[in-house]
Design a protein around this ligand. Structure first.
Ligand code: PMP
Length: 449
């Protein structure tokens, strides 16, 4: 047993954790978690609940974040440099190089002409800020009654209250908080689309009748509710936590048109899709659509620290500046945390070097490696978009069984509902992606047949 693993096992981390520390969406007495003693490159060193040690490839990139892997030398160095300067100062009345430099970069790389940046401390908070901003924008431009949001079913935008209110009304947490979440307007889910990639290039394939029907319904819903709507809120081209489900960029273009027609803002939640994950730097680029407001987070710091940002156009900024408040009414304690901003800039440097070839390599590996899952009895569908690979079962995943089987096969996955999926770090080699795929397929076969 490596020394670190021995220490973890000896200190009984698992037993100390259970009943004391909540884990995401998990009961206090739920399945025992795996203990991490080290993370380096694309590998995690784990102690399983049964006490055995394992080194696994991280297929999850810590939920879309760790695109450059763990203990990345450039990100470690950026963090150390900034710690030696200062780790945090308040942002009220103060500014600093890491924040301004990062804002300049974000604005320069955004799809469309973004002019201003508001830093928040998590993806959910950035969505809160974006929604608040849309309400302030409408009030400032003479439409204070526009207080609802138009979105699509199957979405996920975070766990704070306003963010929850625009998550899918059935699969989201609406049922858990009856009467508390604001009732927004939900259009049908766009039809699922396939991103085909071959010698001829990339193209989105969708059932034309379903697509036409969706467009008609979306436009009709917007027409009906226009006077009360502030903005359209959407995850561009790929709905993540709501089902890992891709849809045609044409839907985004329709949303842009509808927003323009009715004076709504288009808010792109690029928290999961941003920074190359779908094969474009931002999901909006598939549709050549420029949003009015864009949220980014997750991979922004390469998974090192929690940071998110809300980008907006000059028009939106000007309206809020000219409003009776003059300001965007938000100001988190850890706004623009210098340590997080410094690491984020270093992460964007790394991204700029090779994200396109990296994402193409990982994506090709996922397409090739996951294809074998199609032959399994329990598998309903296999799909990939960019560097995301999804095995959808015909039943709910037995999460502890699939997780344990994947770990035995040298891979860390965190399935949910009927999905076993991967969004590996961009630095994975072809062989590592092949091992991830083989591990996922073996895990599904062992647990479900
Ligand atoms: N929006 C999307 C599309 C997300 O995937 C997530 C995180 N899963 C969020 C918002 C919320 O981000 P956070 O967990 O950082 O609050």
């Amino acid at each position: 047993m490596p020394e670190a693993t021995l220490l973890t096992a000896q200190s009984g981390l698992d037993g100390r954790d259970r009943g004391l520390v909540w884990h995401p969406y998990a009961p206090l007495n739920g399945p025992a978690p795996y203990a991490v003693s080290a993370a380096s490159g694309v590998r995690l060193s784990l102690t399983s609940p049964d006490g055995s040690a394992a080194e696994v490839l991280d297929a999850m990139a810590s939920w879309w974040c760790a695109v450059h892997g763990y203990r990345n030398p450039a990100l470690d160095a950026a963090a150390h440099r900034q710690i030696d300067d200062f780790s945090h100062v308040m942002f009220g009345g103060l500014t600093h190089e890491p924040a301004v430099a990062l804002a300049e970069r974000l604005v320069a790389m955004a799809p469309g002409p973004m002019a201003h940046v508001f830093f928040a401390d998590s993806g959910s908070v950035s969505v809160e800020v974006a929604l608040k901003l849309a309400l302030q924008y409408q009030a400032a431009t003479g439409s204070p009654a526009r207080q609802r949001f138009l979105t699509i079913r199957g979405g996920y935008h975070g766990d704070t209250f306003a963010a929850m209110s625009v998550c899918d009304p059935v699969d989201g947490m609406h049922a858990a908080f009856p009467g508390v979440l604001a009732p927004h307007v939900f259009a049908p889910r766009p039809p699922i689309a396939t991103l085909a990639v071959d010698e001829a290039g990339e193209r989105w394939i969708v059932d034309e009748d379903d697509q036409a029907r969706w467009e008609t319904e979306f436009r009709a819903l917007a027409d009906r509710h226009a006077a009360e709507l502030a903005a359209v809120v959407v995850e561009p081209v790929l709905q993540g936590a709501g089902g890992m489900r891709p849809y045609s960029p044409r839907c985004l273009r329709v949303m842009r048109e509808v927003a323009d027609e009715h004076g709504l803002l288009l808010i792109a939640d690029e928290i999961a899709t941003g920074f190359g994950r779908t094969g474009r730097l931002f999901g909006c680029e598939w549709a050549e659509v420029a949003p009015d407001v864009m949220c980014v987070g997750k991979a922004l710091t390469g998974g090192y620290l929690t940071l998110a940002a809300v980008l907006m156009t000059a028009r939106v900024g000007a309206a809020i500046t000219g409003s009776r408040f003059g300001a965007l009414l938000h100001g988190p304690t850890f706004m623009a945390n210098p340590l997080a901003c410094a690491v984020a800039s270093a992460s964007l440097d790394l991204l700029a070097q090779s994200w396109r070839t990296d994402v193409a390599r990982v994506g090709a590996g996922l397409r090739q490696g996951l294809a074998a899952a199609r032959a399994l009895d329990s598998v309903q569908e296999v799909r990939t978009v960019g560097a995301v690979g999804v095995i959808q079962l015909d039943r709910a995943v037995d999460v502890p069984a699939v997780t344990a089987a994947a770990v035995r096969n040298g891979v860390w996955v965190r399935p949910f509902r009927d999905l076993v999926y991967a969004m590996p770090p961009y630095i994975c080699t072809q062989d590592e992606v092949a091992t991830i795929c083989a591990g996922m397929v073996a895990a599904v076969r062992e647990a479900h047949g």
